[in-house]
Structures are given as structure tokens and as C-alpha cells.
Design a protein around this ligand. Structure first.
Ligand code: ADP
Ligand code: MG
Length: 705
């Protein structure tokens, strides 16, 4: 698609102010191949010979650009396909973005393209660019400079703005694609293509939504080891907007799924347009950071401290210089300077001092990368300093980032540094953040796969529990379905759901000690709220409490279906930490498993970690480690540390369970009491997707792999 020799522009015209003309002009300006406008009656367009129909093009074109009214797009695409054109970009709008009729038109176009094996971009696309052969098949005002960044965007307008902005900053691109409505080709296809393109060193994306979430994660994960991907995803604020029946669902929102998906795929998420291009620029120009220890060299104390503060936020740290480096630095610096990192070579530094100190710093093995900072002074010209930095660090295998501050003075210096492939930033924080991304990318490259472990579980039992609920038409299950956890090797307190006071006494005797009793009803979701949980019931009170709980349920809601009373072993809650584990199924990315700090403040602190299931042991461990409350799990103020290995084991088992049974839509284990000798699921509830359950092939729980 990006390497055509002959491009047909159907709808190419010379009418002033039209998109068809803008595309013709852009193509004619720089494309090294042949441009063939297709026009019903004009013999030539902008001085180029036109043909009246696609069929007349001989030999056939290898790329078709379609800029005709929506109603005739289908016809034109069919003609292109008949003429042997495989690659098509549909610029025309009037499809899914315009309502039902447009949606139908787009579905028809997609079906046709699939049937004929067309690579189709759009519809409603701004077009595509390949800077290598000058192919600018867009109606943007600007084309791109050449470079090694390939950019995809779900917003065409974003591309026009970026191109205009990038030219001024010397930011170059390899391929640019406006994905449009993604009737056929989407971000998965372009990531796949760029993974195999040696000229693309960084992939940038602006996305609003990812349709094929699971495929995208797989494809990206297989790409990021060699080619970094940075994505700016809009719509963070939509998080949590969805009404959810579970805590996990309420905490998830769709944005958590994106965060988890990107993290698991090794995609670097940008939070602003500026970050997207800052990160893209450094990743394209500089190697990954060697170690997290960085050096800061500056002629100005204040900005150096700002940079050091940014480093202190982690994960970077200030490298400790070796004794040899320190001695040598002391010899070249004035007596008033302190040899330390950040290295303040003080305000009277001239080019020679920059050169000497910088040479010593880059030679130190402990330094994984250098941020060179300077404020303009009368002692040197910024652009000359840029040249010195470029020369000194030429051939240096670790990253160098410039922070030559200032306005006009810095503009020329930025260009000069750019010639050496060194990005320059005005703001020390941006310079350090960009360096940190190079550290993140090193870790992404070194990631080892973490395949899920397959636990031996009792699937017959799990299936029976689910089947029973589905047959009873219950979309909410609770204590009565706790066997599901037990079947999957998840520890639950001893106990049972019983229907009579006598049975309650029998279970209490078996369990021993004071017990916990809870009302069990699909119509009562928050048991504590109605007084439906009794903790520490003595054996002699069990029968009485049984009757009380049943009456309580009836007085709360006379129509409530009461399945019985759960008599449960009393767990020593004080010895552990109340946590929550759960799962919610994301429409794009599938099951999203959560772990977090539990208790009544769970939704206030939102101290939770999410991962897409299934995942392996290292991922599960990382979930317990990344909570802000992680020190609590490690044991603070004399408390014993929690068996996080047991928690990680449980999270993987939950992952296996929900991957196996798509009928489980949401699941909460709240609380999960995590203590020094294991984790125990005290309360359980799940939402079942009864629509997915009705499998006529006799698989009522829709069990997958
Ligand atoms: P719900 O969430 O519907 O109100 P839970 O079963 O989670 O009901 O019980 C509420 C609280 O009661 C728990 O957070 C926990 O503090 C306590 N609790 C419940 N079951 C036990 C148990 N078996 N041992 C000790 N404490 C329990
Ligand atoms: Mg609970």
C-alpha cells in the first residue's frame, strides 16, 4: 500500500477548494511514481492525463484513492477490484459516522472488501503518506519530513495538526496513516506491517477506541521487543461511567482495561500530545538507557535541581561518579564548584569546560545516560555548545538528551543538536521524563514472557455449580456458589449453606468454635447493610440466629428468594489484611482481573491493580507489589507480612476460572483475607451472563478452552 508505482485517484479533480484537488496536488508535488486521475469527462486534471474509468488504466494501478460521494464509493471500489487493484484508500465520508444508513453502507463496503481480499483504509480517512517515495495521498496542508517514526491516527484532523507542527520541529516520519472508520484495516494491521518494516523504528498512535482488543495486545506484545510503540488514548474520563454490579466492575471502567492492556503489551502510554511526540522523538533518536543511573551536567544550579527532582520521582536515579571521574572533574572545575551529580559546572562555564566535564562524565561506566543542560550566558553561543555536545558524545552508546534552555537562543541550538540526533527540551522535567521513557523501554525489551500456569482444578464441580445457577435463571450468585472457588483450589472458610435450624447447628458443630452466619439470597447483595451477617455466633445461639436471619430477609423484602443461611468458620480477620480480588469482563480486551486493598474504603482509595487474564506468576506478583498499600502487605509496625505468594496464586486461579467460563461476567471476592499463612476468600459473588449461557449444543456454561 505504501509502495505503489501507479496511483489511481478516482474523483481527482481540479475544482478549487475540493478535497479531490488537494489530493491531486499533494501527490503531484512529490510522488516519484505515476498519478492517474479518473474523471468522467475531463481529458486532463492539473496537466495530468486523466482516464474516464478505472478499467481504462493499463497496466492497472496498484493503489486506488477514492474521493467520490459516499453513494458511489461501493461501485468505484468494485471497479478497482475488477481492475486488479488490491490496495484502496477511501477518503470519502458519509459512512458509519453519519448514522444508520451510513453504517449499512460501511458494512456493505467491508463485506465486499473482505470477499475480494482488498486492503482498504477508511472510509472517512485523511489518507496515507510514505515519505520515502514522496507518496502524499492526503488532503493535509503539509506533508511530513522523512524520518523513522510511523504514525497511525483514528483522527484525521489530529494528523493535519501534527504534520504542520512537526515540520517546524524537525520531526520526521516514515509512514503516516489516517485510519478513518476502520471498515477493514485497523491498528492491528498497521502494527503488524510496521513490525516487519526495518525502516520504522518507532510506532506512534492516536486512538479513541480499539476494536480488536485481544488481537491488538498479542500483536503489540510481539512488536515492542524490537520496535517501541507509544499510544495516546483519549477518553480517560469515561472511566467508571458504566453502571456495574460489582466493586471490580465499578472500579474498572474501560480505561483500566486500556492501561492493563498497554502495560501487558509493552506499549508506552502517553498522556498528552506533547508526551506522544517527546517520547516518539527520543525513542527514534536515542538508544535505550543503559542503567537507570543518569548524570546531569549543567551550568545553572536551579534548573539542575529541577531535573534532579524529576529524577527523584523514579524510576531513574542519579548515578554515583567513580573516584577516578571525581578526581578528574575536580582538576578541571574551579575550586568553587562541587563535584557531585547533578554536576553544576557553574555560571562562568565556557565551551571548554563543558567539553572537558562532559567527556569525563560520559566515560564513567556508572552513567547510563546524560542530560546536558545550559542556560544562555555571554560566555558562549548556544549553537556552538550544541556542536560541542554533539562532537563529545559522538559514538557514545548511551542516550544523551539536551536541555539547552531559552527562546531564540535555543532554537538554533535545538536544530544543531537535532543534526546529531540529540533531542532538546526547554523544560528540565520534560528532558528527564523523556530519559525515563528510554529506561522504560529497556525494561520492555528485556521482558521475558510470563505464560499462564495451568492449575489442576476440579472442572466437573465448577461446571455443576455454574449449571445449577444457570438452570435456575440466576444472574447473581453468592455464597451458594462458593464451591466454584473451592473447585479451583481457592481457599474458603469451612461451612455450608443450610435450610433448617437443625442443619445450621450440625454444621456449626462440625466447623467448631463460634461461627459466622449470613443470609443467602440473590436478592440481597449487600448482606451487612440489612444486618444479614452475624460474626461470632456461639453454638447455643445458632438455631435462634437462623430463624432471625430468615425473618430479617422476609421483613426486608417479602419477595426475596431466600436460598438459606450460610454457616461459616470464623476467620481471624485481625491477623490479616482485608483485600479484594475480582474480575470484570471488558468488551474489547476480555477478562480483567483486579487485586486491591479491601474494606469499606475500597472505592475511595481505589488502590487497585488490573491485568488481563490469563497471566503468569510474575504478572500476578507484580499486582500485589504495585499497590500503594504494598508496604502494608509486607508488614508494618510489627504486623506480620502477608503471604503474597498465596495471593498471586489465587489471582492466577481466578484468571484461569474466568478464561475457562465466559458465562462469568463479573466476580468479587470481598473480602479476601490475606494473612501470614495464606489468603482466604470470605465472601463471594458473581454476575452470570445468562445470554451467553444458552448454548444449544448442550454447553450451558459456555466453557471455553
Ligand atoms: P457483605 O459484603 O455482603 O456485607 P460479607 O460476607 O463480606 O458480607 O461480610 C461482611 C464482613 O463481615 C466482612 O467484611 C468481614 O469483616 C466479616 N466477615 C464475614 N465473614 C467472616 C468470617 N467467616 N470470618 C470473619 N469475619 C467475617
Ligand atoms: Mg463482602
Amino acid at each position: 500500500m505504501f509502495e505503489p508505482e501507479r496511483v489511481a485517484v478516482v474523483g481527482g479533480t481540479d475544482r478549487e477548494g475540493s478535497i479531490g484537488r488537494a489530493i491531486m496536488e499533494n501527490l503531484l508535488e512529490s510522488f516519484t511514481g505515476e498519478v492517474i486521475p479518473v474523471h468522467p469527462y475531463k481529458p486532463s486534471i492539473l496537466g495530468v492525463r486523466a482516464v474516464a474509468s478505472v478499467g481504462e488504466i493499463d497496466p492497472p494501478a496498484d493503489l486506488g484513492i477514492v474521493v467520490v460521494p459516499a453513494g458511489v464509493v461501493g461501485e468505484v471500489v468494485a471497479e478497482l477490484a475488477d481492475a486488479g487493484v488490491r490496495d484502496v484508500v477511501v477518503i470519502s465520508g458519509g459512512f458509519a459516522e453519519t448514522g444508520d444508513a451510513g453504517r449499512q453502507r460501511q458494512a456493505d463496503l467491508a463485506a465486499f472488501a473482505e470477499a475480494r481480499g482488498l486492503n482498504l483504509v477508511g472510509p472517512n480517512s485523511l489518507g496515507i503518506i510514505n515519505t520515502a517515495n514522496g507518496l502524499n495521498a492526503t488532503f493535509a496542508q503539509q506533508t511530513a519530513d522523512s524520518g523513522s517514526i510511523s504514525l497511525m491516527s483514528q483522527s484525521g484532523a489530529f494528523i493535519t495538526a501534527v504534520l504542520d507542527w512537526a515540520v517546524e520541529r524537525g520531526l520526521g516520519f516514515r509512514h503516516v496513516v489516517s485510519l478513518g472508520n476502520e471498515a477493514v484495516l485497523d491498528e492491528v494491521d498497521f502494527v503488524t506491517a510496521w513490525r516487519d518494516d526495518p525502516e520504522t523504528t518507532v510506532v506512534l498512535g492516536y486512538v479513541e477506541d480499539i476494536g480488536r482488543g485481544e488481537r491488538f495486545v498479542e500483536t503489540a506484545a510481539a512488536t515492542t521487543r524490537d520496535t517501541p510503540i507509544v499510544v495516546l488514548k483519549s477518553g480517560r474520563s469515561a472511566a467508571g461511567a458504566r453502571a456495574a454490579a460489582s466493586h471490580t466492575g465499578a472500579l474498572a471502567g474501560s480505561d483500566r482495561a486500556y492501561d492493563a492492556a498497554f502495560a501487558q503489551a509493552g506499549i508506552i502510554r502517553a498522556d498528552s500530545v506533547q508526551e506522544l511526540f517527546d517520547y516518539g522523538r527520543v525513542l527514534a533518536a536515542q538508544p535505550p538507557l543503559g542503567t537507570d543511573g543518569v548524570a546531569i551536567v549543567s551550568n545553572a544550579g536551579g534548573p539542575a535541581v529541577l531535573a534532579a527532582d524529576a529524577v527523584a520521582r523514579g524510576p531513574l536515579e542519579l548515578a554515583g561518579f567513580s573516584d577516578a571521574t571525581r578526581d578528574a572533574l575536580a582538576r578541571v572545575l574551579p575550586a568553587t564548584a562541587t563535584v557531585a551529580n547533578p554536576l553544576d559546572i557553574i555560571g562562568d562555564a565556557d565551551l571548554e569546560r563543558f567539553e572537558e566535564t562532559l567527556s569525563l562524565v560520559v566515560a564513567d561506566e556508572a552513567v547510563g545516560g546524560v542530560v546536558v543542560m545550559a542556560c544562555p550566558t555571554a560566555l558562549f553561543d548556544h549553537a556552538d555548545l550544541a556542536a560541542v555536545i554533539g562532537e563529545v558524545t559522538d559514538g557514545y552508546s548511551e542516550p544523551v538528551i539536551g536541555c539547552l534552555m531559552g527562546g531564540q537562543a535555543a532554537a538554533a541550538a535545538s536544530r544543531q543538536l537535532g543534526a546529531y540526533g540529540i533531542p532538546n527540551f526547554f523544560d528540565p522535567v520534560r528532558a528527564v521524563d523523556s530519559m525515563a521513557v528510554l529506561g522504560r523501554y529497556r525494561r520492555i525489551r528485556r521482558r521475558r514472557p510470563d505464560p499462564p500456569v495451568r492449575f489442576e482444578v476440579d472442572d466437573d464441580r465448577a461446571r455443576r455449580v455454574l449449571e445449577e445457577a444457570v438452570r435456575a435463571g440466576r444472574s447473581q450468585v453468592g455464597a451458594e456458589a462458593m464451591g466454584l472457588l473451592d473447585a479451583y483450589g481457592i481457599r474458603v472458610p469451612a461451612g455450608e449453606v443450610v435450610g433448617t435450624a437443625e442443619a445450621a447447628e450440625r454444621v456449626a458443630r462440625r466447623v467448631g468454635g463460634p461461627v459466622v452466619m449470613k443470609i443467602v439470597s440473590p436478592d440481597i447483595v449487600h448482606k451487612t447493610d440489612i444486618g444479614g451477617v452475624r460474626v461470632g455466633v456461639d453454638r447455643s445461639d445458632v438455631a435462634g440466629v437462623f430463624e432471625e436471619l430468615v425473618e430479617l430477609a422476609a421483613s426486608h423484602d417479602p419477595g426475596a428468594e431466600v436460598l438459606g443461611v450460610q454457616v461459616q468458620e470464623l476467620v481471624a480477620v485481625e491477623a490479616g489484611v482485608e483485600t479484594i480480588a475480582g474480575m470484570t469482563r471488558d468488551a474489547q480486551f476480555g477478562p480483567l482481573v483486579m487485586f486491591g486493598l479491601g474494606g469499606i474504603f475500597v472505592e475511595v482509595f481505589e488502590d487497585v491493580a488490573f491485568r488481563l487474564a490469563p497471566f503468569g506468576p510474575r504478572t500476578a506478583r507484580a499486582m500485589t507489589g504495585e499497590l500503594r498499600a504494598a508496604p502494608l502487605l509486607d508488614g508494618v509496625r510489627g504486623r506480620p507480612s502477608v503471604d503474597t505468594g498465596a495471593v498471586a496464586d489465587l489471582l492466577q486461579r481466578v484468571g484461569q476460572l474466568v478464561t475457562r467460563y465466559p458465562v462469568i461476567r463479573e466476580l468479587d471476592i470481598n473480602p479476601l483475607i490475606a494473612g501470614p499463612s495464606g489468603a482466604i476468600a470470605v465472601d463471594f459473588r458473581a454476575t452470570l451472563d445468562l445470554d451467553r449461557a444458552g448454548d444449544p449444543a448442550g454447553d450451558p456454561v459456555g466453557a471455553g478452552g
